[in-house]
Design a protein around this ligand. Structure first.
Ligand code: HEC
Length: 340
């Protein structure tokens, strides 16, 4: 048996493949300790920073390669299982391809992470799962390689099965967290959850049946302007990029304190000053301006919403005042009514 192994080219290459795999695993494990979040943002000025941002943008493209190929491997192995050996699944090359593309997807994903555009718990989970997935996948590939070299080995095939299952589970977890970051939790959109909203910490519902925060100017119901009127507008039009999952420009808009804190470069809310408050002035920039908010192609604010936000900032942007405690012009009253 030993003689045999030395002669086969696959056996000769195993050493090399093993060493390369170990280097890749070491790189994956070391990755979270290299670089610093935010060291490369869209505003990066250094050449390195610009490249990091540029390459990171390819993560969403590359990540689909390992997903597709790992699923193919599963289909092949299941076909082999159900055909009781009549179909022999040669999954070694697909596993090699999946491993290599997963390493690249992880590296590019990490570059994207370094831009700091996405932060929060979701991204940390996604990063951790992605790294574990890649390492488990490489180990599973190595086990498959050993099986190919020594088909008589009894204990390797069950280890391979465990490896494949673990790979699939970590793949699902990684993909789920990744999807949540870009598209929100798909379960929020489930038909049986009608009226449920995306995770919106500020959204308070007073009239529960339609799920929409409502504005009611009748004396029986006096809403807190920030919580019940302003925050829901921001949740709908701004928080996708300035909330829990993403902080474009380093800015969060999902709490009053965060509005006051502002972003990396701009003050977002300066109570009483609609010129300095970029959350107002950016709304009026031309559509093709980089700083136009919401950016071109994204759902825009209505005239009424702009009127209300501007009025609130001008009136010193109170956090706790009720509607009846802030003076309104007829124009604002009309906007508030039509927002219902
Ligand atoms: C589709 C994503 C997206 C949406 C939606 C969005 N923004 Fe932005 N926002 C960005 C990006 C990207 C930047 C960084 C732009 C840059 O610096 O070139 C940014 C930057 C900002 C900044 C400057 C932060 C800083 O310090 O650099 C403010 C203020 C801002 N946005 C306000 C808003 C407001 C108000 C809304 C809702 C009406 C909104 N944004 C909606 C993507 C978005």
């Amino acid at each position: 048996m030993k003689k045999n192994r030395q002669r086969s080219p696959q056996a000769k290459n195993f050493r090399l493949v093993l060493n390369l795999s170990l280097i890749a695993i070491a790189l994956m494990a070391a990755m979270p300790f290299i670089g610093e979040v935010g060291s490369a943002s869209t505003q990066a000025t250094t050449t390195l920073g610009k490249w990091v941002g540029f390459l990171g943008a390819f993560h969403p493209l590359i990540l689909h390669l390992p997903i597709g190929v790992v699923l193919l491997v599963l289909v092949m192995e299941l076909a082999a299982l159900f055909s009781r050996g009549r179909y022999q699944a040669n999954t070694l090359l697909p596993l090699a391809f999946a491993s290599i593309s997963a390493v690249f997807a992880s590296i590019f994903g990490y570059l994207l992470y370094l831009t700091g555009d996405c932060a929060g718990m979701l991204i940390e989970d996604h990063k951790r799962d992605g790294i574990i997935f890649t390492i488990v996948l490489i180990v599973t590939f190595l086990i498959k390689y050993r099986i190919e070299l020594n088909k008589n080995n009894r204990w390797l095939p069950p280890v391979y099965v465990i490896g494949l299952i673990t790979t699939t589970l970590t793949l699902i977890s990684t993909g789920h967290h990744g999807g949540e970051i870009t598209h929100g939790d798909p379960m929020d959109k489930a038909p049986w959850k009608a009226g449920s909203s995306t995770n919106a910490p500020q959204r308070t519902r007073h009239h529960g049946n339609d799920g929409q925060p409502s504005v009611d100017a009748t004396p029986t119901y006096d809403p807190i302007v920030y919580t019940d009127i302003i925050a829901p507008i921001l949740v709908e039009k701004c928080n996708k990029c300035h909330g829990d999952n993403k902080q474009k420009g380093g800015l969060r808009m999902d709490s009053y304190a965060a509005l006051i804190r502002g972003g990396d470069y701009e003050e977002c809310l300066v109570p009483g000053d609609i010129e300095k408050s970029t959350m107002i002035s950016f709304l009026h920039l031309p559509l093709d301006d980089d700083l136009r908010m919401p950016p071109e192609g994204k759902p825009q604010l209505t005239e009424d919403e702009i009127t209300i936000l501007t009025w609130w900032v001008k009136e010193d942007a109170p956090e706790f005042k009720k509607l009846s405690e802030i003076p309104q012009t007829p124009e604002v009253e009309k906007a508030l009514k039509s927002l219902q």
